[in-house]
Write a protein that binds this ligand. Structure first.
Ligand SMILES: Cc1ncc(COP(=O)(O)O)c(C=O)c1O
Length: 405
C-alpha cells in the first residue's frame, strides 16, 4: 500500500509501480482499454469478498454502506461536483444511456448533434432513437486534422436542436475536444449537453462547472485504474428534477398513495442491485487519483505521450496520426505492411499490450484512414522510458519481418 504521495509536484512513479501487481510482468500501453489495478483497489476487492464469505452478501453490504458513500464523495471531488449529482453505474455506456433515456423524449423533426469522434455505442443508440421517432442525427463538422470545427458547430444551432453530445477524447485518436467552448454554446442556447469522458477521466483535470455540461460519464476501469464493471454518471443538479428514468426500482423511487416519488438526487438513475465490492474498489481508485492530483497526472501523462511519439516516429514506414503537442494518453498509428490486429497480436506474444481499434469505435470520424482500423498505444503515469524503448524495438523488428505491400 502506498503512503507517501505525491512528492513535490511530481509523482513517485517507482513507488506507484511497486504498488501495481501486474508490473513489471507486462509492458502496458493499453490504459485507454483497461488500466492496471493498484494494490489499494485489489485490497478493497479482496477485503469485501472476505466480508461476504464470513456472512451473507446483504449483511456485508450494510457494513460498507458508509464507505460506498465515501466513494461517491471521491467521485464528486474528482470532477468538481456534489455527491448528490453522482450516480454509480456499471460502465460508461450504462450511465450515458440511462441519462439519455431519462431526458424528455425526442419528437419528429428534432435534431441531435454529435462530435465526429463520438463513441460508436453512443452513435448507435442515438441513431436508433432518432430513426424511431423521426428526429435527425447530425455530425459536428471536423477540421482536416480531425479536430472539431467549432465555428461549424455554432452555425448548426437552431430551435430544433435537443441535444449536443461530445466525446472528449475519442477511442480512435488522441485529440481532446474543446469541451468548455461547446459548453458555453450549449448553455447560451439552453441545449442539454452530454460529455463522454470515458478516456478523459484519470488523464485530464475534470471540472463539470467549467465544462458547463449537464451529463458527464466515465468508467472506472481505464486511466482511473478501477475495477471492470464500474462507472460514474454525473448529472447537473439543475436538470435532475426533469429526468424521468425509463425503469424505476425501490432505490430510485417509492410508491405513495396516489403516485410515485422519485429520489431528488442522481440516485434516481441508479440500479437497486449492485456489487458493493466493485464500488469499494472504484472508491479506492478514485481516492488514489484525488491523492495524486489531476494536474500532476496530466503533466506526467502528456510528457509520457510525447516520449512515446518521439520513439515511434523513428520507426521506418510507421504512420503516426496525431500532430502537435500531445493532448492525451492516446497515440494512434498504422503501417502499410501489417494490419493493426496482427501488430497487436505479435506484440502481445512478447507481453506488450497495445490495442487495434476498429473503425466502429468512432463511426463518424472522417480524419486519416476513415473506415479502417488503427493501432492505439496509450500511456499512463506509470509508463517508463525502458517500456517505450522496448515497444519501439519490438515493433521495429515485427515490421521489418513483415512482407512488403
Ligand atoms: C470514448 C469511449 N466512450 C465509451 C466507451 C464505452 O465504455 P463502456 O464499455 O464502459 O461502456 C469507451 C470504451 O472504450 C470509450 O473509449
Amino acid at each position: 500500500m502506498l503512503t507517501s504521495l505525491p512528492q513535490g509536484h511530481g509523482l513517485d512513479v517507482a513507488a506507484l509501480r511497486r504498488a501495481t501487481p501486474a508490473l513489471p510482468g507486462v509492458v502496458h500501453f493499453n490504459s485507454a482499454g483497461s488500466g492496471l489495478l493498484p494494490d489499494e483497489v485489489a485490497t478493497a476487492l479482496q477485503d469485501h469478498l472476505a466480508r461476504e464469505l464470513r456472512s451473507d452478501s446483504s449483511a456485508a453490504a450494510l457494513d460498507v454502506a458508509a464507505d460506498i458513500e465515501d466513494a461517491r464523495e471521491e467521485a464528486a471531488r474528482l470532477i468538481g461536483a456534489t455527491p448528490s449529482e453522482i450516480a454509480f453505474t456499471t460502465g460508461n455506456a450504462d450511465g450515458w444511456n440511462a441519462a439519455l433515456a431519462a431526458l424528455p423524449a425526442l419528437r419528429p423533426g428534432d435534431r441531435v448533434l454529435v462530435s465526429s469522434g463520438e463513441w460508436g455505442g453512443n452513435v448507435l443508440t442515438l441513431a436508433q432513437e432518432c430513426a424511431r421517432v423521426g428526429a435527425r442525427l447530425e455530425r459536428i463538422p471536423e477540421l482536416a486534422d480531425g479536430r472539431m470545427d467549432v465555428s461549424g458547430l455554432s452555425q448548426m444551432i437552431d430551435a430544433r436542436l435537443r441535444l449536443i453530445a461530445v466525446t472528449w477524447i475519442g477511442a480512435h485518436l488522441g485529440h481532446a475536444a474543446p469541451v468548455e467552448t461547446v459548453g458555453r454554446l450549449a448553455r447560451a442556447h439552453g441545449i442539454p449537453y452530454f460529455v463522454d469522458a470515458a478516456q478523459a477521466a484519470g488523464v485530464l483535470p475534470v471540472d463539470v462547472a467549467r465544462i458547463g455540461c449537464d451529463v458527464l460519464t466515465f468508467p472506472g476501469r481505464k486511466s482511473l485504474r478501477g475495477p471492470k464493471g464500474t462507472g460514474i454518471l454525473y448529472v447537473r443538479e439543475g436538470i435532475l428534477d426533469g429526468l424521468r428514468p425509463f425503469a424505476l426500482n425501490l432505490h430510485a423511487a417509492s410508491a405513495v398513495t396516489g403516485g410515485i416519488v422519485l429520489r431528488s438526487d442522481a440516485g434516481r438513475l441508479e440500479a437497486a442491485e449492485f456489487s458493493p465490492g466493485l464500488r469499494l474498489g472504484l472508491g479506492a481508485a478514485l481516492a488514489l487519483a484525488n491523492r495524486l492530483g489531476a494536474e500532476a497526472i496530466r503533466e506526467r501523462v502528456l510528457e509520457r505521450s510525447a516520449a512515446l511519439r518521439a520513439a515511434l516516429s523513428q520507426i521506418p514506414g510507421l504512420v503516426l496520426r496525431e500532430e502537435g503537442p500531445p493532448e492525451s494518453h492516446i497515440t494512434t498509428f498504422h503501417h502499410p505492411a501489417l494490419c493493426p490486429t496482427k501488430i497487436q497480436h505479435a506484440l502481445a506474444q512478447r507481453d506488450i499490450l497495445i490495442k487495434a481499434m476498429p473503425a466502429q469505435v468512432a463511426p463518424y470520424a472522417g480524419f486519416g484512414t476513415p473506415g479502417r482500423a488503427v493501432c492505439r498505444a496509450s500511456v499512463s503515469y506509470l509508463t517508463e522510458d525502458e517500456e517505450i524503448a522496448r515497444l519501439a524495438e519490438v515493433l521495429t523488428g515485427i515490421l521489418v519481418e513483415a512482407p512488403a505491400g
